[in-house]
Ligand binder design. Structure first.
Ligand SMILES: Cc1cc2nc3c(=O)[nH]c(=O)nc-3n(C[C@H](O)[C@H](O)[C@H](O)COP(=O)(O)OP(=O)(O)OC[C@H]3O[C@@H](n4cnc5c(N)ncnc54)[C@H](O)[C@@H]3O)c2cc1C
Length: 467
């Protein structure tokens, strides 16, 4: 029997925003043995902008890493929703009061700054061990102590000699694999949308996960200050504290400055044409510049000029994915967090925020594992975590989906009604707007939420309700 929950051995699969946030939350709470297994050789894909809402900043501040991340971030003061074709403003939302209302600002930043800030803070915690180039292969037991297999990719040492075809073997990805079996007290799957932890878990329960067809894909573009210099209109955007959303039928682009205003980030959503034929093969691809320009050909000249700046061969397109609500987030002593259990469309800019909140809640609930019948207590704590998180995350996932639908309306009565609501907000800045991300009522609901306070208030009742 273990005397303290803080002696529990916890493994986290994935070092994305969810995995890093969870590891740090656990370490700050006092857990002493946390291992993070990441398939990539380093922090993985970090090349794009991200919005960091006050509910995320609140947690990062408690974890001691917000100050560094905030230094490079843009403190958003206003947002403008515009007709993509004409650049005409449909709504303008003043966000200058966000910090006063919610104690934290709404910021935009570079993903590498957020991931790097979290990682640096994790590295300062002796309790956290990272295992890069190490992928989860299977989960072979779920309780009493989870057992899983990981595969470490070991690059071949070539001593700088070239292979028979004149190329360096390591550079071509030749590597050997070393499999290891690991046993822990708790296994947490933060392995993102393609989660192997989730698939193993649901498989063991005889359940499956169903992908909800979003029909959408996203271009992610970063323009440097140097690229934009010389275009006054663009430089006004780069030097602003403004988020702009250009909307059109079945498409939109959201854009904002990041990285101390040295980079202008654009992220789009449009019909998924390139991936639709290959639903399970790949989710990121090099897109064609001419195809991208075609999708946005009727957007205004300002947007056209920006898209034209993307170098040929550097168009990156992502498939936007979502799942139907999972039947369960845990099995025995194995639990899921982040995109592994509630992947979302990005239209509310809350995916990473929800993943980081999950980690904070997990640290709280697991610190309440009792020493008597510890296995049952871990199982109940993971169920309690699900009860604390599922309703809210499902609501936000749903809201992101519906907000996207409203943004993408084509000609007709529904769009006229939407634009009437935008106009009503212009007349009275407090009214709700159809772009839920920018709507003051939705901001209040999302940004004022303190997941740790809720856990403290609700834990005992919810824990008593689960077996
Ligand atoms: C276009 C777009 C824009 C977005 N904008 C925002 C925004 O502005 N604000 C916001 O809060 N969110 C945003 N999101 C959502 C956000 O990016 C995700 O919700 C968030 O990154 C999920 O974090 P995660 O840690 O759960 O998963 P991921 O970030 O996907 O991390 C999973 C990690 O697990 C690793 N992994 C996978 N399989 C294995 C394995 N078998 N073994 C070991 N490791 C494994 C992966 O390499 C990866 O590092 C956006 C998403 C998109 C697509």
């Amino acid at each position: 029997m273990m005397a303290s929950p803080f002696d529990l051995r916890i493994a986290i699969i994935g070092a994305g925003m969810g995995g890093l946030g969870c590891a740090l939350s656990l370490a700050k709470k006092g857990f002493k043995h946390i291992s993070v297994y990441e398939a990539a050789a380093d922090l993985g894909f970090v090349g794009a902008g991200i919005q960091m809402a006050p509910n995320m900043a609140r947690i990062l501040d408690r974890l001691g890493c917000w100050g560094e991340i905030e230094k490079e971030a843009t403190n958003v003061q206003e947002t403008s929703i515009r007709q993509g074709s004409s650049d005409t403003e449909l709504a303008h939302v003043d966000m200058s009061g966000i910090q006063a209302l919610y104690d934290y600002p709404h910021c935009t930043g570079h993903r590498s700054s957020l991931a790097g800030g979290l990682y640096k803070a994790c590295q300062a915690e002796p309790a956290i061990q990272f295992h890069f180039s190490t992928a989860l292969v299977s989960v072979d037991r779920f309780e009493p102590r989870p057992v899983f297999r990981v595969r470490k990719r070991v690059p071949k040492v070539t001593n700088g000699t070239n292979g028979a075809n004149g190329t360096n073997g390591a550079a071509h990805g030749e590597a050997s694999n070393e499999d290891t079996t690991v046993e822990v007290d708790i296994l947490l799957g933060a392995d993102g949308i393609k989660s192997a932890t989730r698939d193993n878990m649901l498989g063991a329960l005889g359940l499956t996960t169903e992908e909800a067809d979003t029909g959408q894909a996203s271009y992610r573009i970063m323009l440097s200050r140097d690229q934009m210099a010389g275009d006054e209109e663009m430089m006004r955007l780069m030097d602003s504290n403004l988020v702009v959303r250009w909307i059109g039928e079945r498409r939109h682009i959201i854009a904002y400055p990041v990285a101390n205003k040295t980079v202008y980030n654009l992220s789009s959503a449009q019909p998924d044409i390139n991936f639709a034929e290959a639903p399970s093969a790949t989710y990121t691809t090099r897109g064609s510049k001419s195809a991208m320009l075609k999708v946005y050909e009727d957007f205004c000249p300002l947007v056209q000029r920006m898209l034209n700046m993307v170098p040929e061969g550097e168009v990156c397109e992502w498939r936007l994915r979502q799942h139907r609500e999972l039947p369960t987030w845990s099995h025995g002593s194995v639990g899921l967090l982040g995109d592994a259990c509630h992947p979302t469309l990005p239209h509310l800019s809350q995916g990473a925020a929800m993943a980081i909140e999950d980690g904070a809640v997990l640290a709280e609930v697991l610190s309440r594992v009792t020493p008597d019948d510890q296995t049952a207590s871990i199982r109940r704590c993971l169920k309690t975590y699900e009860l604390l998180r599922k309703e809210r995350t499902s609501m936000l996932v749903d809201m992101a989906y519906h907000s996207g639908r409203a943004l993408h309306l084509g000609e007709g009565a529904a769009r006229e009604e939407r634009d009437r609501q935008f106009a009503a907000h212009k007349a009275d800045g407090k009214k709700a707007i159809p772009d839920k991300w920018a709507s003051p009522d939705v901001q209040k609901m999302i940004y004022s939420y303190d997941c740790v306070a809720e856990t403290e208030a609700e834990f005992d009742t919810l824990y008593a309700s689960v077996q």
